[in-house]
Design a protein around this ligand. Structure first.
Ligand code: K7E
Ligand code: CUA
Length: 670
């Protein structure tokens, strides 16, 4: 959730006051006023520096994956050091390596709305097998233009993006079933389905909740089916695990179906719902043909492994299941009050709702829910969907935990940790007794929090990371825009201990982390040149060449320490379209080359060893135009350069070029 900052916080307070929750100025001040800053020191563990110090040359214990929020990307950090290792481009163009600019990667950003080079990414999710992170893929949602991306954790590259049709705000997404059969993707907004221009009164709006299948071998995603739910707003989801593994849970707000002044009008009722969907049953109903094929154009973009080139496939319909055609597929659990997070404990028995405006944290019992369903003990229905009774399904309530509960994670030792946006703290409480055990302030306005593997069956319960929206005066000022932050907290003892603050990239909403051991040995060091089947690849300098095809000039170029081949090109005319197909011939780890041409309207390239990338440029100025390698690759990096002669109209110069001499990279003085 993007909670806005600064002045809107007072708005939140008004909302809360209006909601009848006593919130004193003092509570607010503790979280957000200047004076609170210096209280950080007493909270800092005396051995904190030692616990986060990763000596030069040593590796971190865990990889962390932080969503970039409005940056649309994912950042990779080391834990416990907090060091940023890499930014992975996902939904946004990335000038650093040409992602979304090169001809090979542009197709990854195609959608049914056209080419969209940005999005807002909230929830990274590691792939799981048997409820444990298997280290194969990381998924993340595109929130605005509904999409799910898949990142390969061997190459750390985005290899697939699937658009979600008929969804509007893909927020409660992408959360995996414990064996990776499906990713669930709930819509935030409800809209007419199929889309139609009708008055905005919401009465005919619906919500399509998607179940995206993931191929066990290849990882390829497809929208398997959607379930059409009433036109509420849906916020977060999580799949069940263990006893509840056949179920998925979606929080709702705005069951009032208000469509104006939502800030007030969608908070009228005491309780909204958590929707419990039996995906096994849904799957069976779909197999029995109980679905309707509904129009729903969507793109599936995939990076082909052999050619390292993205292609887009277009699909036009989606299988849609109506709850009335599949009785028992969905139930509503009343949950106070505009719940945001819905989180399932490692056993799968407890479903924690976090009502943003509630003064308690309700915890539902999966086994009680099943009993109530079997007894048909409903308090009524909503659009035909049975509503269970709160008293029948509630396992317990955490009383007065703090203000503005958002998200909960688990340590695998019977404890839960809930982020409190308004009172800026993490609250530790006990599953089963529901007593608050500890609390620690966060600086400030925490959104999500993350225990490594804290949403799997086997949490790595050593740390919790707070992901904070506001950092006012925690860091050096950087103009009006201040960094957002993460805080690393030790949870091995009775009391939580603050270890480290570090700034982050974009706005992390959710995050994931995994022990480094699980993925680091699988990390790919280079692309195998002999397996490079890019149609415009060159395998040696002998193959480098320049070919004219009408107004297009194709330059088949290679890079190796320390020259570009060809290094001089003549015969290009003003207005020609140039395609630089550049292959990095290196077969060594950590030896990328770059490519830039003066005045190129598009981007620069960064080429991994064995990789081919294409830069499309229009020659729009006559003269001698230089190009060069942008990555300091060797002692003779500055020599890695060349010229293009661009002829003005009327000048007749035939294509000619000089290919570089073959140099022994080892002799090049690296
Ligand atoms: Cu709470 Cu989008 Cu998961 Cu932000 S969301 S905080
Ligand atoms: Cu290649 Cu610098």
């Amino acid at each position: 959730m993007k909670m806005t900052k600064g002045k809107s916080m007072s708005k939140k307070i008004r909302t809360l006051a209006w909601a009848g929750i006593g919130i004193s100025a003092a509570v607010f001040a503790a979280g957000c006023q200047k004076g609170a800053v210096h209280k950080a020191a007493p909270g800092l563990a005396s051995d904190a520096a030692q616990q986060v110090y990763v000596a030069p040359g040593k590796h971190d214990e865990l990889y962390g994956f932080l969503s970039g929020g409005f940056s649309g990307q994912v950042s990779v950090i080391g834990i416990p050091s907090g060091r940023t290792l890499k930014v992975l481009p996902v939904f946004s163009q990335n000038p650093e390596n040409g992602y979304g600019y090169t001809e090979e990667t542009k197709p990854m950003l195609n959608t049914s709305y056209g080419f969209i080079p940005w999005d807002d990414a909230h929830h990274p999710q590691l792939s799981q097998t048997n409820g444990e992170a298997d280290g194969r893929w990381l998924f993340i949602n595109g929130n605005n233009t509904p999409r799910i991306a898949r990142i390969d954790l061997a190459t750390f590259e985005t290899v697939e993006i699937l658009e979600i049709p008929n969804s509007s705000g893909n927020h409660s997404s992408p959360f995996t079933t414990e064996n990776g059969e499906y990713l669930v993707a709930g819509t935030r907004f409800s809209v007419p389905i199929p889309q139609a221009s009708i008055p905005i009164d919401g009465r005919k709006f619906k919500a399509a909740q998607s179940f995206v299948s993931v191929n066990k071998e290849t990882g390829r995603m497809a929208v398997a089916f959607q379930i059409l739910l009433p036109g509420f707003d849906y916020d977060k989801s999580h799949c069940g695990k263990g006893v509840s593994k056949d179920w998925a849970f979606f929080s709702t707000y705005n069951v009032e179906e208000a469509h104006t002044l939502k800030e007030v009008n969608s908070s009228q009722r005491d309780k909204d719902y958590i929707a419990a969907i039996n995906w096994k049953k849904a799957e069976a109903c779909v197999e029995q043909g109980k679905f309707q094929e509904v129009p729903g154009i969507h793109y599936n973009n995939h990076m082909d492994e052999e050619t390292q080139t993205g292609t887009s496939e277009v699909r036009t319909t989606v299988k849609t299941l109506l709850p009335s055609d599949c009785p028992g597929v969905v139930y509503f659990l009343p949950t106070p009050k505009s719940p945001h997070g819905v989180d399932v404990d490692p056993s799968g028995e407890y479903i924690v709702g976090a009502g943003k405006l509630a003064s308690l944290i309700p915890v539902h019992s999966f086994s009680k829910m099943i009993k109530a369903i079997e007894a048909k003990a409903f308090e009524g229905d909503a659009y035909g969907i049975p509503v269970l009774k709160y008293a029948d399904v509630i396992a317990g309530e955490v009383d007065k935990p703090g203000l503005g509960p958002l998200h909960t994670e688990f340590d695998g030792k019977g404890n839960a940790y809930t982020s409190m946006f308004l009172s800026s703290e993490i609250v530790k409480w006990k599953l089963g007794t529901w007593e608050v055990l500890d609390r620690i302030p966060t600086y400030y306005s925490i959104g999500h929090l993350m225990v490594p593997l804290g949403d799997t069956r086997k949490p790595y319960g050593k740390y919790v990371i707070a992901l904070n929206k506001i950092t006012k005066d925690r860091y050096l000022p950087t103009g009006p825009e201040l960094t957002q932050s993460a805080q690393l907290i030790d949870i091995t003892g009775e009391k939580m201990k603050l270890l480290l603050d570090f700034p982050v990239i974009g706005e992390p909403h959710y995050a994931q982390a995994i022990p480094a051991e699980i993925i680091k040995s699988k990390s790919v060091k280079m692309y195998d040149l002999s397996k490079n089947h890019h149609p415009h690849a060159v395998k040696s300098e002998k193959e480098t060449r320049v070919e004219r095809k009408g107004k297009a000039v194709h330059i088949y170029m290679s890079t190796i320490r320390s020259h570009l081949s060809p290094d001089n090109i003549e015969g290009v005319n003003l207005g020609d379209t140039l395609y630089f197909h550049v292959t990095n011939l290196e077969q060594d780890w950590d030896v990328p080359h770059g490519f830039a041409m003066m005045g190129a309207q598009n981007a620069e390239l960064l080429l991994m060893p064995g990789q081919t990338r294409t830069l499309k440029v229009v020659a729009n100025r006559a003269g001698i135009i230089p190009y060069y390698c942008t990555d300091f690759c060797s002692a003779l990096h500055q020599e890695m350069q060349g010229y293009i002669r661009v002829s003005p109209p009327g000048e007749k110069v035939g294509i000619s070029y000089s290919t570089g001499k073959t140099a022994d990279p080892d002799a090049a003085g690296i």
